[in-house]
Design a protein around this ligand. Structure first.
Ligand SMILES: NC(=O)c1ccc[n+]([C@@H]2O[C@H](COP(=O)([O-])OP(=O)(O)OC[C@H]3O[C@@H](n4cnc5c(N)ncnc54)[C@H](O)[C@@H]3O)[C@@H](O)[C@H]2O)c1
Length: 289
């Protein structure tokens, strides 16, 4: 069952910084952000995207299977004077995605922005290490979920003759990162071609579809899922910082500002592209020989 909680805030006074802005970049847009909560304390990519979209005037649908995580994001947005509705959804489940879509369309009549953020690393290893079950699960959460949300939401976008879809992939889709996560890398690569197919099929119908490829980003997910590979947390942070050409990992806001551009009308002629947010990591060949 889909749980929907609508939370509107009438007070504009707390809309930090917006008073000085001439135009909010997503004014009056309805934006679904999947995985808008965070699996740990701090700012995950989806949480930062949701908060930033709201700061720029969007009515954000914070969609997450963890309702409490989504509510935390919604509270931040509402405290800032933004607009947010929380929807419980499992994006790997067609019925759940259909229920979310119906709830949003019943409420707003349209979806302007679909930000497909949900993703997971799956098991560490190559094809002889990961289980068939892990392969299937990782493809389901990273790739099938995006098919399901597009399957449900694209008809409404086509009817409105407008929409921006942003699919979160990873630099692991285009480079071997040195850490074998074969199901993650392959499923994130699938996201790229899915993105191009959608982008080109519907370009003349007012739909844009782009991929975001974060690099080494310091988010709660990294702390929760990757520490095992690096041995300990400090070692992980040191190595990930050292691997970045800037000497420091990116953070969720770096991803969020890139998503904001793709979501906004400023990117109206940007379609089918892969926007890499990695401090230049994939432009180089790695550490000096
Ligand atoms: N952090 C990095 O270094 C990095 C690098 C490349 C790509 N990425 C990508 O960024 C995205 C993750 O961003 P995040 O920091 O917001 O992640 P996160 O792990 O904090 O997850 C955000 C939310 O997704 C929700 N979620 C998980 N499965 C779900 C499901 N089936 N249905 C609905 N909600 C679900 C969780 O409950 C959580 O609240 C992923 O797609 C990931 O692959 C991250």
């Amino acid at each position: 069952m889909t749980y929907v909680m609508s939370m509107r805030c009438s007070a504009q006074a707390g809309r930090t910084g917006l008073a000085r802005r001439v135009v909010a970049r997503l004014k009056n847009k309805v934006a679904i952000v999947t995985g808008a909560g965070s699996i740990g304390p701090g700012w995950g990519n989806g949480k930062a995207v949701a908060a930033l979209f709201a700061r720029e005037g969007a009515h954000v649908i914070a969609a997450d299977r963890d309702i409490r995580a989504a509510e935390e994001t919604a509270k931040i947005i509402l405290d800032e004077g933004g607009l947010c509705t929380v929807v419980e959804v499992d994006v790997t489940n067609a019925a759940s995605v259909a229920a979310m879509t119906k709830a949003v369309l019943d409420m707003h009549g349209r979806v302007d922005i679909l930000h497909n953020n949900v993703g997971a690393t799956g098991q560490l290893g190559g094809p002889i290490d990961v289980s068939e079950e892990d392969w299937d699960q990782t493809f389901t959460i990273n790739a099938k979920s995006i098919y399901l949300t597009c399957n449900a939401i694209l008809p409404a976008m086509l009817k409105a003759e407008r929409g921006s879809i942003i699919n979160v992939s990873s630099i692991a889709a285009i480079r071997y990162t040195g850490i074998p996560y074969v199901s993650y890398a392959a499923s994130k690569a699938a996201v790229l071609q899915f993105t191009q197919s959608v982008a080109l099929q519907y370009a003349a119908k007012g739909i844009r579809c782009n991929a975001l490829l974060p690099g080494l980003i310091d988010t709660p997910m990294v702390h929760a899922q990757l520490t095992g590979h690096y041995g300990d947390k400090e070692g992980m942070l040191d190595r990930r910082n050292a691997t970045s050409p800037t000497g420091k990992m990116g953070d969720a806001w770096d991803v969020a500002y890139a998503a904001l551009y793709l979501a906004s009308d400023e990117a109206r002629y940007v379609n089918g592209t892969s926007l890499i947010v990695d401090g230049g990591l994939t432009a180089g060949i790695g550490p000096p020989a």
